[in-house]
Design a protein around this ligand. Structure first.
Ligand code: CBF
Length: 833
C-alpha cells in the first residue's frame, strides 16, 4: 500500500450542512401538498409513480431555489465558466442522488414511511436517464456532479434524446434491442426553457458577397433551419450550495419553415419536415467506440454544438455586448471526445460571418477557448467524415476547415518541417485518398489549447503513438487528467451499509474528501473491523442474490466468490477471455468434481452495439454456457454463470457493492482508463486486471499485493505485435486452451446445433485474435487461481478489501475536476450564499 498524504484524522470534521433544513414532518407535508396540488391526486389512490413525482417535487422546491441563487451569484460575479460539451450524459436515476446531495434522504425515507410508503419501492419507479453508451457518458455525469459540489460555474451541454440507450432483452439467449422510453410520461427532473430556443441552419450553399466597404464576405444560404429547444436538468452539488444545470437540446421543425409549407397546402410535406427535424434528437447512437458514419450523427453533433455556442454567446453578450476581447477569459469549452469538434469551425463561423471579426482575431479566440479530451486510441473510434458529406450538410464549415488547415500547414507545419510533405500529409486535417475525409481528432488538436488523455499511461500513448508530431509541434499542449468517479453515487448512495460504517470510523466528510478513508487502513488487520466489513459485503451479496433470482431465475450462493465483469461488450475488453476461463473451470470440475476451488458466480452485465455481430455472438455464447453450467448437477453448484439483462447505471449500483472480484482484463494499451474499475475497488473488490488504463494507478494506490495483475504490459504487447503474433502457437501449446476452444465447435452448449458458437473460436484463430486473448490466457487463468486461493484466507481477503476501500481517494472525480481547473480551465470558485 502506498504511504503518503495527510493523516486522515487530522482532517476529520463535520460535512458542511446543507443551507436549509427539512425534517420528516415538513417533508411529509410537502409530499402531501404536491400529491394534491401538483399531481391532482390523493394519498388513498396515488400510484407509486405519483408518490415518486410528489417526492421529487418536494425536493425540487429546494433545488429550484438553490438554482435561482446559483444563477444570480454567477451572473453577479461574472466569473469564467466551463462549458462541458458532450454528446452523452449517462445520468442514471436522479431522485435518490438529489435527496442524498440535498442531505434529506433520511427525512424523505421517514416521511414516506409515515405515509405508508417504502422509499426503495418509490425510487424504483424512476427510469434511468440513459443518454449515453458507457464510460464516456457516465464520466460526464460524474464530472458535472463534482463541479457543482466544488462550487465551480459550469454548464453541461448535450442532446435531449427522446430514446436513450436501447433496452436489452434476451430472446433464445440472443440480445434483442427495444426502444428506451425514459420520458414516456415526462420527467420531473427537467425544465423546458422556451425563452432560450435556438435556430440551427443546415444544408444549402455559400455565396461570396461584398459589404459596403468592399470587403469580401461569405454568406451561407441554408437549405433548412431546425429549432433547438433547451431542457435544463438541475445538477445538485453535494451539500446543495451550488445547483448548476445540464442543458439538453431537443430538435423540432422551425415554425417559420413549417408554417410556410403548411400554408402552401403541403400538410403531408409539413409533417414530413417535422418528422425529419425531430429525428435529430430522437435516438442516441448505440455505439461505443465503434464507427457510426451516418449523416444523422454529424447533424446531431452540429445541432447541439450550434445551439450551445449561441447560448454561450448570448449569455456573454448580455454582460459584454459586442466586446469580444474577454470571450476567452470568460469561457472555456471542453470537447468530450471528438463528437463536439465541429464546434470549432462553428465558433469561427459565428465570429467571422455573423459578428464581423477578422480571421486572426477569431482564430485566437477559438484556440484560447477550446480544450479537448481524448478517450480512446482505437482507430475505428477516431471520427472521420467524408468531405462530400460535410459539403452537403455544412458547406460553410467545410470552407472554414479548409482555411484553418491551409493556414496551419503553411504557417506552422512548414515552419517547423520545411518542405516535408510526408509530415504535412500526416498532420493535415484533411485525409487524402479515394474518398477525402475530415479528421475530427486532428481538428480538435489544432483548434484547442490543451489536449488531455484520461489516465497516465493513456496520455503517454496519445503523445507517443497517436499524435507524436503534434506533440513535437505544440510542446506542453498534451497533458493527463486521470478520470474519477463521484463517491456520492458510487459509495454513499449505492452502499449505505458500508457508508454508515465508514462514517462511524472517519466522520461524515469522506464523501467530499475521499482521502479521509485512508484512516480505515489502520483497522485492516483488526478482526472486529474485518468482521463488520465482511458482514456488510455478505449482506450486499445476499441482496444481489435476490436480484439475480428475480431477474434471471438463477439461484446463487451468496458465500461464493462474486466475480464481476460489467462494461460494454467489445473484443478489446476481452469478455471472450473470461468465457474461455469459465469453460476451463467447468472442464476442470467435470474431470474432477472435487477440484479444489471456492464456489464462484461469474456475473456479466453488458450491451453490445446492435451492428457488432461478434459482440452479440459472445453474449449468446455466454447465455448458452450459463444455461448448461447452471443446470449441471455434476459440478454441485460450484460454478454459476449469470448474464443480467439490460445492464445500466441502476444495475451497476446494485452489483458494485456486492462484488468480490472486478474483471478489468483489456489488452494493455487499449482501455484508455476505465471507471468501473475505480467504483468496484472503492467498494472493496479486488481487481483482476492487466497493466492497462487506470488499473495501473489503482495498483499503485492499493499496492500490488492487493490486486491480481496479469498479462503482457504495453511494451510486451507492442513487441509481440511487431514480431508477428500467431494465436495458433498458443492453441497448439496449451492443451486446456485447445480443448475449450474446440468445445465451442461442438453442440455441447447448443444441443442439436453444432457450430453455433464457432464464430468466437474463428475470431481467435483464423481471425488472428486482434486483442491477443490467447496470448494472455494462461497468465489470466493463473491470476484467477491466485484470487481463488486468496479468498480462502478469510483474514487476508478482508484485509485486501479494506485496503482497496481505504486507498481509492485519488479516484474521486472532485480530484479530476481540480486537476482540470488547475491545468486547463483556470476557474475560480463561486460560492453561493
Ligand atoms: O474516459 C471515459 C471512458 O471513455 C471510454 O469509455 C470511451 O468511450 N472512449 C473509454 O473506453 C474508457 O476507457 C474511459 O474510461
Amino acid at each position: 500500500m502506498a504511504t503518503k498524504k495527510t493523516t486522515a484524522s487530522a482532517k476529520k470534521k463535520a460535512a458542511p450542512a446543507a443551507s436549509f433544513s427539512l425534517n420528516t414532518t415538513d417533508f411529509k407535508e410537502s409530499i402531501l401538498k404536491h400529491l394534491h396540488s401538483t399531481l391532482g391526486t390523493d394519498e388513498n389512490k396515488a400510484s407509486n409513480r405519483a408518490w415518486a413525482e410528489a417526492t421529487a417535487a418536494a425536493a425540487n422546491d429546494f433545488v429550484y431555489e438553490r438554482l435561482r441563487q446559483t444563477q444570480k451569484a454567477h451572473f453577479e460575479a461574472d466569473t469564467r465558466a466551463v462549458h462541458y460539451l458532450s454528446a452523452e450524459f449517462l445520468m442514471g436515476r436522479l431522485l435518490s442522488n438529489n435527496l442524498h446531495n440535498l442531505g434529506v434522504f433520511d427525512a424523505a425515507a421517514d416521511a414516506l414511511k409515515d405515509l405508508g410508503q417504502d422509499i426503495s419501492v418509490i425510487l424504483d419507479e424512476e427510469p434511468d436517464m440513459a443518454l449515453g453508451n458507457g464510460g464516456l457518458g457516465r464520466l460526464a455525469a460524474c464530472f458535472i456532479d463534482s463541479l457543482a459540489t466544488l462550487n465551480y460555474p459550469a454548464i453541461g451541454y448535450g442532446i435531449h434524446y427522446e430514446h436513450g440507450l436501447f433496452r436489452q432483452e434476451f430472446r433464445d439467449n440472443r440480445q434483442i434491442e427495444r426502444p428506451d422510453e425514459w420520458r414516456e410520461y415526462g420527467s420531473p427532473f427537467e425544465i423546458c426553457r422556451p425563452e432560450s430556443v435556438q435556430q440551427v441552419p443546415l444544408f444549402g450553399y455559400v455565396e461570396t458577397v461584398f459589404d459596403e466597404t468592399g470587403n469580401m464576405k461569405k454568406k451561407w444560404h441554408p437549405g433548412r433551419v431546425i429549432k433547438g429547444i433547451p431542457w435544463d436538468v438541475p445538477i445538485v452539488g453535494y451539500g446543495a450550495e451550488t445547483v448548476n444545470i445540464l442543458r439538453l437540446w431537443e430538435s423540432r421543425a422551425s415554425d417559420f419553415f413549417n408554417w410556410d409549407v403548411f400554408n402552401a397546402g403541403g400538410y403531408i410535406d409539413s409533417q414530413a419536415e417535422n418528422a425529419e427535424a425531430e429525428a435529430v434528437s430522437k435516438v442516441l447512437y448505440p455505439n461505443d467506440e465503434t464507427e457510426a458514419g451516418k449523416q444523422l450523427r454529424l447533424i446531431q453533433q452540429y445541432f447541439f454544438c450550434a445551439c450551445s455556442l449561441k447560448d454561450i454567446i448570448r449569455r456573454y453578450s448580455r454582460a459584454h455586448g459586442n466586446d469580444w476581447s474577454k470571450f476567452s477569459t470568460q469561457n472555456v469549452m471542453q470537447l468530450n471526445d471528438t463528437h463536439p469538434a465541429v464546434a470549432i469551425p462553428e465558433l469561427m463561423r459565428l465570429l467571422v460571418d455573423e459578428h464581423d471579426l477578422n480571421w486572426d482575431d477569431a482564430w485566437t479566440i477559438c484556440r484560447e477557448s477550446f480544450a479537448y479530451t481524448n478517450h480512446t486510441l482505437l482507430p475505428e473510434a477516431l471520427e472521420k467524415w467524408d468531405v462530400s458529406l460535410f459539403e452537403r450538410v455544412l458547406p460553410r464549415h467545410l470552407e472554414i476547415i479548409y482555411e484553418i488547415n491551409r493556414r496551419f500547414l503553411e504557417d506552422e507545419v512548414e515552419v517547423k518541417w520545411p518542405g516535408n510533405d510526408e509530415i504535412k500529409a500526416k498532420l493535415s486535417i484533411i485525409e487524402e485518398g479515394d474518398s477525402r475525409k475530415v479528421r475530427m481528432g486532428h481538428l480538435s488538436v489544432v483548434g484547442s489549447f490543451k489536449v488531455n488523455g484520461v489516465a497516465q499511461i493513456h496520455s503517454e500513448l496519445v503523445k507517443k503513438d497517436l499524435f507524436p508530431e503534434y506533440d513535437a509541434l505544440f510542446p506542453g499542449k498534451f497533458t493527463n487528467v486521470t478520470n474519477g468517479i463521484t463517491p456520492r453515487r458510487w459509495l454513499k448512495a449505492c452502499n449505505p451499509r458500508l457508508s454508515a460504517l465508514l462514517t462511524e470510523k472517519v466522520g461524515e466528510n469522506w464523501p467530499r474528501d475521499l482521502e479521509l478513508l485512508r484512516d480505515i487502513a489502520k483497522y485492516a488487520d483488526d478482526p472486529a473491523f474485518q468482521k463488520e466489513y465482511m458482514d456488510i459485503k455478505l449482506a450486499n451479496k445476499v441482496d444481489m442474490a435476490a436480484t439475480i433470482l428475480e431477474l434471471t431465475g438463477v439461484e446463487v450462493d451468496p458465500t461464493a466468490i462474486f466475480d464481476i465483469q460489467i462494461k460494454r461488450l467489445h473484443e478489446y475488453k476481452r469478455q471472450q477471455m473470461n468465457l474461455l476461463h469459465i469453460l476451463a473451470l467447468y472442464r476442470r470440475l467435470l474431470e474432477n468434481p472435487d477440484y479444489d476451488m471456492n464456489p464462484r458466480v461469474v456475473i456479466f452485465g453488458s450491451k453490445a452495439a446492435p451492428g457488432y455481430k461478434l459482440a452479440k455472438d459472445i453474449i449468446y455464447a455466454l447465455n448458452c454456457i450459463a444455461e448448461k453450467v447452471n443446470s449441471d448437477a455434476r459440478i454441485k453448484g460450484k460454478l454459476k454463470v449469470v448474464f443480467l439483462p439490460n445492464y445500466r447505471v441502476t444495475i451497476a449500483e446494485k452489483l458494485i457493492p456486492a462484488a468480490d472480484l472486478s474483471q478489468q482484463i483489456s489488452l494493455a494499451g487499449y482501455e484508455a482508463s476505465g471507471t468501473g474499475n475505480m467504483k468496484l475497488a472503492l467498494n472493496g473488490a479486488l481487481t483482476v486486471g492487466t497493466l492497462d488504463g487506470a488499473n495501473i494507478e489503482i495498483a499503485e494506490e492499493a499496492g500490488e499485493e492487493n490486486v491480481c495483475i496479469f498479462g503482457m504490459n504495453v511494451d510486451e504487447v507492442q513487441a509481440l505485435q511487431a514480431q508477428g503474433y500467431n494465436p495458433w502457437d498458443y492453441y497448439y501449446s496449451n492443451p486446456e486452451l485447445k480443448a475449450v476452444l474446440d468445445w465451442l465447435d461442438t453442440d455441447y452448449f447448443t444441443p442439436g446445433k453444432p457450430g453455433e458458437l464457432s464464430s468466437i473460436k474463428r475470431s481467435l484463430l483464423d481471425g488472428g485474435d486482434p486483442y491477443m486473448a490467447l496470448a494472455d490466457f494462461q497468465s489470466y487463468s493463473d491470476a484467477q487461481k491466485d484470487a481463488d486461493s486468496r479468498y480462502s484466507d478469510k483474514a487476508g481477503w478482508a484485509r485486501a478489501m479494506i485496503i482497496n476501500t481505504a486507498t481509492m481517494g485519488k479516484f474521486n472525480s472532485d480530484r479530476s475536476m481540480e486537476d482540470y481547473v488547475r491545468d486547463i480551465w483556470k476557474l475560480t470558485k463561486c460560492p453561493v450564499k
